[in-house]
Design a protein around this ligand. Structure first.
Ligand SMILES: Nc1ncnc2c1ncn2[C@@H]1O[C@H](COP(=O)(O)OP(=O)(O)OP(=O)(O)O)[C@@H](O)[C@H]1O
Ligand SMILES: CC(=O)N[C@H]1[C@@H]2OC[C@@H](O2)[C@@H](O)[C@@H]1O[C@H](C)C(=O)O
Length: 432
C-alpha cells in the first residue's frame, strides 16, 4: 500500500509528512520512504497552539476552529508530500497533541509534588488517562479524498494504557537486529525510547491477526497472554520495552527563546550550549524530579516539562550566577543525563547500540554528550541504518495506519500498560 504518515510533535515546529510504500503484514513489514517533507505551521497558528498547550482558555467554538485549522494544515502537508507521486491509498494522521494526562494516581502525585502551581489539572484519584490530538481525521479525509485514520491513542487509553509511546512496536518491526540489542531514542519535544531485543525474539512467531485481535466472536486476549501470542520469550532482557524519558527539545527550545529575546527558535547544532560549561550539581538536583524515578510504563508532555518547569530551571541557574551559555549547557546535560539515567535504572541491561532520531539528533552537542555518557556504547542516528531520522515518527504513523487497515493491533501492552492489544485509530472513509 502507499500510505502517508503525518505528525506534529510536542515541539510544535511543523508537520512532518512521509509517503511510504508498505509491504507485508504485522511485524513482518518492509517499508520504502518515497518522499518526506516538513511543513512549518503559519507563525500565528503555532503561537496559538503553544498558548493552548500552556493552558490558555478556549471556548468550544474556538476549539472547533483550531481543530479545523490544524486539519487544513495536515491536509496541505499530505498533498505536498504526495505531489508527483501516484495517489496514496491511506493517510495515518497523529494530529497535534495539545493535552496529555497519563493514567493513574502515581504520575499525578509526581506531577503534583513537582508542579504545585497547577495541581488541579491532574485528578488525584486513579483513573483513565486523557490525550487530545487536534486536526480531525474526518476533515483531512474530506479535503484530500484519501481514507484517513486518526486518534490513535484513544483505544490504548480506554484499556488503561498511557496511550504513549506508540512507536516502540514500529521500531521493533523496522529496526530490530539479528545480533545486536538496540535502544531507539527519539528526541522530539519530549524524549522517548524503545529497547529492542534481538530480531528473532521479535519475530519468533509472526503474529497472525485472528490469534491476537478480537472480533465479536473472538475476544481480545488478556494482557498476560499477549507476549506468548507474539512469540516473545519474556525472560529478562528479551522483552520489548519503551517509555518517555523526559525532556527532549521542548525545554531547550523554550530556554533558547527566552534567552535570545525571542530571536532564536532553537540552539542550532547545540553551538550555544557547547560554548558553555554544564553545572553538574544543578543537573544532579534536577534529576531528583520524581518523573525520572517512576518506573515504566510512563509518558509525559509539556504539562510537566513545559514553560513552568523551564522558569524554575532558569531561576535555579540565575541563583547560581550561570551565564546564558552555561545555562543552556546545563539544560542540554539534563536532557542527555535523564535519557542515560533511565536506561541504567529501567533496562534489564545496556543495549549494544543506541540509534537516535527526531530533531534532537541534529543537535551535535547533545549527541556528543550522549556519546560521552554512554561510552563505549556506539551512538548512531537511524539514518545510518537506513531509516530517515527526521521522518521516522511520520513513517511510524503510516505503519500504524497500515496495521489498523489490516486489523492488526498497534499498541504493545508491556510498553503502554494497557490491559490488552487494541486496534488503534478511527477510520474516516473519504468520498471518492
Ligand atoms: N540542526 C539542529 N540543531 C539543533 N536542534 C535541532 C536541529 N534541528 C532540529 N532541532 C531540534 O528539533 C526540534 C524538532 O524536533 P522534532 O521535529 O523531532 O520534534 P517533534 O515533532 O516535536 O517530535 P515529538 O513528536 O517526538 O515530540 C526543534 O524544535 C529543535 O529543537
Ligand atoms: C501524547 C504525545 O503526543 N506524546 C508524544 C510526545 O512526543 C514524544 C513522546 O511524547 C511520545 O510519548 C509521543 O510521541 C511518539 C510519536 C509516540 O507515541 O511514540
Amino acid at each position: 500500500m502507499r500510505i502517508i504518515g503525518l505528525i506534529s510533535g510536542t515541539s510544535v515546529d511543523g508537520i512532518d509528512a512521509a509517503l511510504v510504500e508498505t509491504e507485508g503484514a504485522g511485524w513482518n513489514l518492509r517499508i520504502t520512504l518515497l518522499n518526506g517533507i516538513t511543513l512549518p505551521y503559519p507563525p500565528d497558528l503555532r503561537s496559538h497552539i503553544l498558548e493552548v498547550c500552556a493552558g490558555a482558555p478556549l471556548s468550544m467554538a474556538e476549539l472547533a476552529s483550531l481543530d479545523d485549522a490544524i486539519a487544513h494544515c495536515f491536509a496541505q502537508a499530505a498533498r505536498q508530500v504526495q505531489a508527483g507521486h501516484p495517489p496514496a491509498d491511506l493517510i495515518g494522521s497523529h494530529g497535534q497533541t495539545v493535552f496529555h494526562r497519563p493514567p493513574g494516581a502515581r504520575l499525578a502525585d509526581a506531577i503534583e509534588s513537582s508542579q504545585s502551581s497547577q495541581p488541579s489539572l491532574i485528578p488525584a484519584a486513579s483513573g483513565l488517562g486523557y490525550s487530545l490530538q487536534l486536526g480531525r481525521g474526518s476533515l483531512i479525509a474530506h479535503i484530500t479524498g484519501i481514507h484517513t485514520i486518526s486518534n490513535f491513542r484513544a483505544a490504548d487509553i480506554a484499556l488503561g494504557g498511557q496511550g504513549a509511546p506508540l512507536v516502540p512496536p514500529v521500531d521493533a518491526a523496522l529496526l530490530s537486529h539479528p545480533t545486536l540489542t538496540r535502544c531507539v531514542q527519539n528526541i522530539g519535544g519530549i524524549g522517548n525510547v524503545a529497547f529492542l531485543p534481538l530480531r528473532h525474539q521479535v519475530l519468533r512467531h509472526a503474529p497472525v491477526l485472528p490469534e491476537i485481535c478480537g472480533s465479536a466472536s473472538k475476544p481480545v486476549q488478556p494482557a498476560e497472554t499477549v507476549s506468548a501470542l507474539l512469540g516473545w520469550d519474556t525472560g529478562p532482557g528479551n522483552a520489548l520495552l519503551g517509555w518517555d524519558t523526559g525532556p527532549g527539545n521542548a525545554l531547550l527550545d523554550w530556554a533558547v527563546h527566552q534567552l535570545s529575546g525571542g530571536t532564536q527558535p532553537y540552539d542550532q547544532n547545540g553551538a550555544w550550549a557547547a560554548s558553555g560549561q554544564p553545572c553538574l550539581e544543578l543537573v544532579h538536583q534536577w534529576l531528583q524530579d520524581p518523573y525520572f524515578h517512576l518506573p515504566p510504563p510512563k509518558s509525559t508532555g509539556r504539562e510537566l516539562f513545559g514553560a513552568e518547569y523551564g522558569r524554575r530551571c532558569l531561576a535555579d541557574a540565575a541563583e547560581r550566577g550561570l551565564s546564558d551559555a552555561d545555562t543552556l549547557a546545563t539544560l542540554t546535560e539534563l536532557t542527555a543525563a535523564s535519557i542515560v539515567h533511565s536506561y541504567r535504572a529501567f533496562l534489564p541491561h545496556m543495549p549494544d547500540q543506541v540509534l537516535l532520531c527526531g530533531g534532537g539528533s541534529r543537535n551535535g552537542y547533545l549527541r556528543s554528550r550522549l556519546a560521552a555518557l554512554l561510552d563505549p556504547i556506539p551512538v548512531l542516528t537511524t539514518d545510518e541504518v537506513g531509516l530517515h531520522a527526521d521522518f521516522k515518527e511520520a513513517i511510524a504513523f503510516a505503519v500504524l495506519a497500515h496495521w489498523r487497515w489490516q486489523n492488526f493491533p498497534g499498541n504493545f501492552p508491556d510498553v503502554t500498560g494497557a490491559a490488552a492489544p487494541a486496534l488503534l485509530g478511527e477510520i474516516h472513509l473519504a468520498r471518492r
